[in-house]
Design a protein. Sequence first.
Lengths: 250, 337
Amino acid sequence: MSNDTRFKRYLKLDLLPTPWCPGCGNGIALKTICQAFGELELPKQGTVVVSGIGCSGRSAGFFDLDSVHTAHGRAIPVAEGIKYANDTLNVVVVSGDGDLLGIGGNHLLHAIRRNTNITVICYANETYGMTGGQVSPITPHNTKTLTTPHGNPDYPADVQSLFKHHNCFYARTTAYHLSHMKKCFLEALKFKGFSFVEARTMCIVNYGRRLGYKNSNEMLLHYKEFYRINDYAEELAQDEIGILKTTTVS
Amino acid sequence: MPKKLLQGNEAIAQAAEAAGLQFFAGYPITPASEIIHEMVNKKHIKTMQMEDEIASINAVIGASLAGLKAMTATSGPGFSLMQESIGLAHMMEVPLVIVNVQRVGPSTGMPTLPAQGDVIQCIHGSHGDYFPIVFYPNSVFELFRYTIAAFNAAEESMSPVILLSDGYISHLYETIVPHYDCTITPRSRPALGMGNRHFTGLSHKGSVLKTSDVNNYRQLIASFREKQQMTAHRHNYFEYLECSRETDTLLISYGALSRAAYYFKNDFALYRPIRMFPAVEEIRKIAPRYKRIRMMEMNTGQYVYEIERMLHREVEFIPILGGRIDPKEIKQTLYEQ
Ligand SMILES: Cc1ncc(C[n+]2csc(CCOP(=O)(O)OP(=O)(O)O)c2C)c(N)n1
């Protein structure tokens, strides 16, 4: 554990605790984002956070920065509008997998194409947490959720493939791999162009519990056991986390 | 000032530039596309063709929060897509201008023909209660003049203002002297990136969330209405033409259709709202002079309810549907009833 407390500058500490359930992984990602901000010493005046709707969408309000809480799925176009208006701003989107990949998926596709110089951090809990735990675009095949009581008949979206042929940044990490998560955030924030980090965060209350996990620690340990780090690979296998290579060379 | 032959949509673009527009985002749609075609050639206006109208309005919201005067333009199908985010812009008090060049609906309808089917959508299209200011000019000069008014009203009310047009007046060419007699209201709110404010669609007080505070919600909604009323007072636009002959009838129309109404100015008194919402109060003083109030719209009856609500009396309604504005046909309808 580091004694670096610079991250605190970026939080509205008086608003804590967050409204997230006990055991939720979002707080880990939130703190890690602020640590990355702190290490980069991002100026508080000049950094803006934008969120969509969902548990994860509540993130924006906890930053001690100007922040915008948009409609469901619309964080990316709002963030792009901000960046076009003032490209000296650091514009960071923090939102959920349902928000960014489901209802807002079309915007993601086009932000990648435009390679807008913003950073998107996706709290990827594999479910629609806020609405009770329905299937999300990255819920694994066969997984039981509120709306897939017999198991998800579909396969999860291959998010990394969207990035392959564009000069954008893509990384996948988890709430267990703390230093890797921070590294992904740091590189994403430093990247000139569109950067996206899919940060796996556990939702025990509306997701993991239905899959048989007894507590959120078990979900964290699953991340530890399941994922191997493979940074700068051409492609990440299902059980790999890392930063995609193709997109980091310019 | 020199005279210029301008198309309606070109006049909107030129007026937006004169009003200080700095950011435009849109998606192609007949009969509004000429507006984005104009914008891409303007040096000081950053213009983006987005992936859809939802992205357009949201990019405009972002740019406005970041300190620029911002605008989008569309027609009915795109306006429908924007509705959720229009509510967001009201909730976050974001000044911006939306142009809706109406065409025949529902759905894809008759894209090249004019209509007035989106009037109620302007005030009730998004969920919840909000209070937009809406202008609807009827000539190329007026499109110029009221585009400027729309930008001013947006800054004054810190809210999205709608400029309605239709496929007829937006595609009309007229020789105008593009001038305006008002001052240009500057951007008022500090741009993003200067503090720790939180802008949200949730009920709030300043930057603080008030997601289940009933009294705060009531105050918030009341303050939105008050802002609209205060701003509207400064933009009291309407046209009233008394009849040269004795008449007991007031004929109400607006937009493209009101140009056909001028044919009947020797038989009826004419009233035309330009500020559609909130409705201009003067109609309450004008109407009692007439026994009959008749209203034409290019829809099956939308603004007529607003007029009836204002006057507490029945208004005879004449629908002019399908985009055809034919004075002969209108005359027949007007005189046979
Ligand atoms: C247009 C619209 N549709 C549906 C909703 C309801 N809704 C709120 S949050 C949410 C899901 C959010 O899921 P995700 O982005 O994965 O975030 P999480 O809550 O899991 O963090 C939905 C469907 C909404 N607010 N707006």
